[in-house]
Design a protein around this ligand. Structure first.
Ligand code: DQQ
Length: 534
């Protein structure tokens, strides 16, 4: 039978049909995980936005509920946009979200569960006092949205930030409240940065200085670092900084070297937007959700009847260097691992490929680590190569090198005419080595009208003394890759014509002059999860 929906996924979060964008208000309540999301009930394009709602006990399988928040009042009649959940004293969840009013102004509203003894929190009641924050006193009414999870200071007052801009200066406007209902704008934003444009979906949270343990958003002590993430409307890229939060001044400052101009660190160097973390109190971890949009045309979205995925939720923590975050797919996803194949100590000569067969290559999880002992042949790094994405687009998988390109060809047709290449290339920069990770979509599909841009990131690994690892989650039209144990992540959307279903293959490849050794490789077929089944 002809598969009319070859690009729908088997274990990624998506609604049965229609448009989805930002993850909203993720939380865990009475042992149940909640995910709300921006959703159009009437079509596969953005519009008519409501908060659709699903719940889960394991973050893998999801049950759909009716939309939790939808336009009904003057303060949100033209749309219920992004926002966040906060637990108030006594464990009562509160949702702050952006409403669009009849004048198209962006305002902030509060909703509480109707019935706190319903662990599914199916019904929400909007406060009669809404809106609680309005764009007055010089705030731009069309650039005032996406309230964060609140945090509580030592003075007992709550704080939240709202994304905004003034001219070209992106900013996180700060509000304070004693009761979460009456809010006062602070004189100063929590943070701002010139020439970054509108900050959408800010996220602000503490991270522990060592280890993977997550912290409640209200934890403030001299030992923790803080992270500020913003989604840049202008470029549709996110970036984050690591820094210090001064609770007395209520100001955040990025650490020296933590770049603050939109060209700094990213959670993901491919597609990943409007992300949001939450603290999972049941497992003391911080989990990241992010929206992955399509790389195909609007006409294709309309034809297939849906648009948008959520990335597999990721555990997020501060690297031991203190200079970047690290991410890893939540451990629960491993319950979907089925048939497994393994390889060990396998040399891949320069210019060769090795098929990894025995798993469903269109629906798989792969972990591979490479051992590089001889690096003399590494290409010399050019100091002007500061943009990894540009470097990856110039030096794609077919461009021979010294050490690499080597890595995986996923969602590949048998003849490899179609292939998405995720690979490394090692450069020599004086005495040190620079590792580049690329996701090359240029040959991902014979189809037309698809954005096949290559993505790239530098990975902070010393290839001489550490193994270089790659984990890739493949799910029909999405490829999520984690290099260097999660130090660099790249997500791509691809739409193969031949490499679908049983036509999909998986290869390891090496297009460098030097051999590389696969120290170990494990690949699993992934089972289908139960996600929002009708
Ligand atoms: N999506 C929402 C906004 C947010 C944007 C509207 C980010 O609240 O700024 O659907 O993708």
């Amino acid at each position: 039978a002809v598969d009319h929906q070859p690009y729908r996924t088997a274990y990624h979060f998506q609604p049965p049909q229609n448009w989805m964008n930002d993850p909203n208000g993720p939380m865990i309540y009475k042992g149940i995980y909640h995910l709300f999301y921006q959703y159009n009930p009437f079509g596969a394009v953005w519009g008519n936005i409501v908060w659709a709602h699903s719940t889960s006990t394991d973050l893998v399988n999801w049950v759909r509920h009716d939309p939790a928040i939808y336009p009904s009042e003057p303060f949100d009649i033209k749309g219920c946009w992004s926002g966040s959940a906060t637990f108030l004293p006594g464990g009562k969840p509160a949702i702050l979200y952006t409403g669009i009013d009849p004048q198209n102004r962006q305002v902030q509203n509060l909703a509480f569960p109707k019935n706190l003894s319903d662990p599914l929190l199916r019904e929400w009641i909007k406060l009669a006092q809404n809106p609680l924050m309005a764009p007055i006193n010089g705030i731009n009414a069309s650039s005032f949205r996406d309230p964060t999870t609140g945090w509580r200071g030592a003075d007992g007052r709550w704080r939240v930030i709202i994304g905004s801009k003034r001219r070209r200066r992106g900013m996180a406007i700060l509000y304070r409240s004693k009761d979460f209902i009456h809010w006062t704008k602070s004189q100063h934003p929590l943070h701002s940065s010139d020439n970054t444009g509108m900050w959408e979906c800010p996220d602000f949270f503490p991270v522990s200085p060592n280890g993977k343990m997550g912290l409640d958003t209200s934890v403030i002590n001299p030992g923790v670092k803080h992270v500020l993430k913003v989604s840049l409307d202008d470029t549709k890229h996110e970036y984050y900084t690591i820094g210090t939060y001064d609770p007395a001044k209520d100001q955040y400052s990025p650490d020296p070297g933590s770049v603050d101009n939109g060209s700094g660190l990213r959670y993901d160097y491919g597609k990943f937007y409007a992300s949001k973390t939450f603290f999972d109190d049941s497992k003391k971890r911080r989990i990241l959700w992010g929206w992955i949009n399509e790389s195909s045309s609007v006409a294709d979205d309309v034809e297939k009847g849906w648009s948008g995925l959520q990335a597999i939720p990721r555990l997020l923590w501060l690297d031991s260097s203190g200079k970047q975050l690290v991410q890893w797919p939540i451990v629960e996803i491993e319950q979907l691992r089925g048939d497994q194949v393994n390889l060990a100590n396998k040399e891949i000569k320069g210019g060769s490929v090795l098929e990894v067969s025995g798993i469903t290559a269109s629906q798989a999880d792969i972990e591979v680590s490479f051992d590089l002992s001889k690096l003399e042949k590494a290409e010399v790094m050019n100091p002007s190569w500061v943009n990894p994405q540009l470097l990856c687009s110039k030096k794609g998988a077919s461009v021979k090198g010294g050490i690499g390109p080597f890595g995986l060809l996923v969602l590949a047709s048998k003849d490899m005419k179609e292939q998405t290449a995720i690979f490394f290339r090692v450069f020599k920069d004086g005495k040190r080595y620079v590792v580049l990770m690329c996701s090359d979509q240029s040959r991902s599909s014979l189809g037309k009208d698809i954005d096949k841009t290559s993505y790239g990131a530098f990975v902070d690994v010393d290839p001489l003394h550490e193994k270089l690892s790659l984990r890739t989650l493949i799910d029909h039209s999405i490829v999520e890759s984690f290099g260097g144990q999660g130090k660099a992540c790249i997500t791509a959307r691809v739409y193969p014509k031949l490499a679908i279903g049983n036509g999909a293959h998986l290869f390891a490849f090496n297009n460098g002059a030097e051999s590389v050794k696969i120290a170990s490789l494990s690949a699993w077929s992934m089972k289908r999860a139960h996600i929002n089944e009708a």
